[in-house]
Design a protein around this ligand. Structure first.
Ligand code: NAD
Length: 500
């Protein structure tokens, strides 16, 4: 707070890795150079302080970057798998080595608390090690042959160029979950981070991957908003677009990709239910509910966005959740010990407040929070939230827990499925049989019995049903399906006899 609002924040300059002299006001296309579309300012959401500037790209610059990626990719694909795996492991080690600098940047650029930054860094490193491990797996099959002496093979080949478009909430991790497997499997990657988080979502990856040995042109960054994003989607040589963001923008990206006949992976929004049944441990369930609703100010796609609670325990659950909400300290996560930091920007803050106010005006009860101060929104609990109220079905992306009463098991399942989204879900019950029975009837890409809705690991098939995505999955062996395509090859000595 001791710096003027226009001066780049000094402490972040400390690490050689992110020395601002290397990247300030520049773009990265295998090397750092001056931009053709001005610069983007990066501001700390908690204070408004300027953290730095990055170079912005024009759609024409995107086209040129795609061309140079196309020239660099074939040689990278021919690089022995073990060498590509070594590059991934070296990158993972560099993330570990620069841990303190990276954590500081994540806290300050995304407004997340230290624990969130540590989790994001650990996930990023995990993605790199998992991607290296993909390269010891088989990459094809020997198939039955139609002719004696002719061998029939199916093998996975890289797609070529992959565009990656990411949001601001977990910029480093959500970029790396696509960038690492795409590179490991022999593709070249063009990354567009959200304009609010281009350092941990872009500069960091560029610096570390180049240091680790990714050749020039194989990994590039383009900075900008919708126009630049669309240029990356429609560029003729791009074969796969992986997009993480809102369902509204995902629909647009999906339409453009379809028109240009590109493969597209869409990981979109959510309104994930946590169900609390009458036999649940209310202390444990309310703790999980608070974590699921308030972690990173609710700005997580898998946040527990609907709390569906059996009538017999609803009052107890709401009271326990409201008490937890009131205890949680909110403030600047870099300078204070807090549980919740700022909302990413003033537009989003106003949207959260409007949804809360409109839901209360429609008849819901405000049991905690509902107030904002500067960029901070207090953890909020709404009870008696009915199906026709805004907080029931809108993705809030803020620290708001709307509670809806379920009459019985059947009603709870109905309410859980009463959404177009289907990203994550959770069921609290002391009966595992009941939990399994209910989980089998809930339409959700991920589901947890006796836990909350936010969980991710590099080795799981991460993704959603309904309008939370288009059926794609990240992680584990699904990465082979996402980032390569099949080629059938037969090989023989050329002695097949034909009637012609
Ligand atoms: P957003 O859709 O506004 O932006 C995401 C990215 O798309 C940004 O980089 C943005 O610049 C870019 N973009 C915007 N318009 C574009 C266009 N027309 N063409 C191409 N790119 C374009 O999303 P957001 O507000 O940054 O993120 C919040 C949303 O992301 C929430 O809905 C959240 O649930 C979702 N999300 C989903 C996951 C998941 O894994 N399913 C993870 C994190 C966030």
């Amino acid at each position: 707070m001791d710096q003027p609002a226009h001066a780049p924040a000094a402490r972040l300059s400390a690490s050689g890795l992110l020395d601002p002299a290397l990247w300030t006001g520049k773009v990265f296309t295998g090397r750092w150079h001056a931009p053709d579309a001005g610069v983007l300012e990066v501001r700390e959401p908690a204070t408004g302080l300027l953290l730095g500037t990055v170079g912005a790209s024009s759609p024409e610059a995107v086209a040129a970057t795609v061309l140079s990626a196309g020239r660099a990719q074939p040689e990278w694909a021919r690089t022995p798998a073990e060498e590509r795996a070594r590059v991934m492991r070296r990158a993972a080690a560099l993330f570990e080595e620069h841990r303190d600098t990276l954590i500081e940047w994540v806290i300050r650029e995304t407004g997340g608390v230290r624990g969130k930054a540590e989790t994001e860094l650990a996930g990023t490193i995990g993605e790199l090690y998992h991607s290296a491990a993909l390269l010891i797996e088989p990459e094809g099959q020997v198939l039955p042959s139609a002719a004696p002496g002719r061998m029939s093979l199916a093998r996975r080949v890289p797609l070529g160029l992959v565009s990656v478009i990411t949001p601001w909430n977990f910029p480093m991790l959500l970029a790396m979950r696509s960038v690492a497997p795409a590179l490991a499997l022999g593709n070249a990657v063009l990354l567009k981070p959200d304009p609010q988080t281009p350092v941990t979502g872009g500069v960091v990856l560029a610096r570390i991957l180049a240091e680790a040995g990714v050749p020039e042109g194989v990994f590039s960054i383009v900075n900008g908003g919708a126009e630049v994003g669309e240029a990356l989607v429609t560029a003729p040589d791009v074969r796969l677009v992986t997009f993480t963001g809102s369902t509204a923008v995902g629909r647009r990206v999906g339409r453009l990709a379809g028109e240009h006949l590109k493969k597209v992976s869409l990981e979109l929004g959510g309104k994930s239910p946590i169900i609390v049944m009458d036999d649940a441990d209310i202390e444990a369930a309310s703790s999980a509910g608070a974590w699921g609703a308030f972690l990173h100010q609710g700005q997580i796609c898998m946040a527990s966005g609907r709390h569906i609670v059996h009538r017999d325990v609803a009052d107890d659950y709401v009271a326990a959740l409201a008490e937890r909400a009131e205890r949680l300290p909110v403030g600047d996560p870099f300078r204070e010990e807090v549980a919740l930091g700022p909302i990413i920007n003033s537009r989003q803050l106003a949207r959260v407040d409007t949804i809360v106010k409109d839901t209360v005006a429609a008849g819901a009860k405000l049991m905690a929070g509902g107030t904002c101060e500067g960029p901070y929104y207090a953890p909020t609990v709404l009870s008696d939230v009915a199906r026709d109220m805004p907080a029931y079905d809108l993705e809030v992306f803020g620290p708001v827990a709307p509670v809806t009463v379920a009459e019985d098991e059947e009603h709870a399942i109905f309410l859980a499925n009463d959404t177009d989204y289907g990203l994550s879900a959770a069921v609290y019950t002391s009966s595992l049989d009941r939990g399994l029975r209910m989980a089998a009837r809930i339409r959700s890409g991920m589901i947890h019995i006796n836990d909350q809705t936010i969980a991710d690991l590099p080795g799981i098939p991460m993704g959603g049903m309904g309008v939370s995505g288009n059926g794609s999955r990240f992680g584990s062996t699904t990465n082979w399906d996402e980032f390569t395509e099949w080629q059938w090859m037969t090989v023989g000595s050329g002695q097949t006899a034909y009637p012609f």
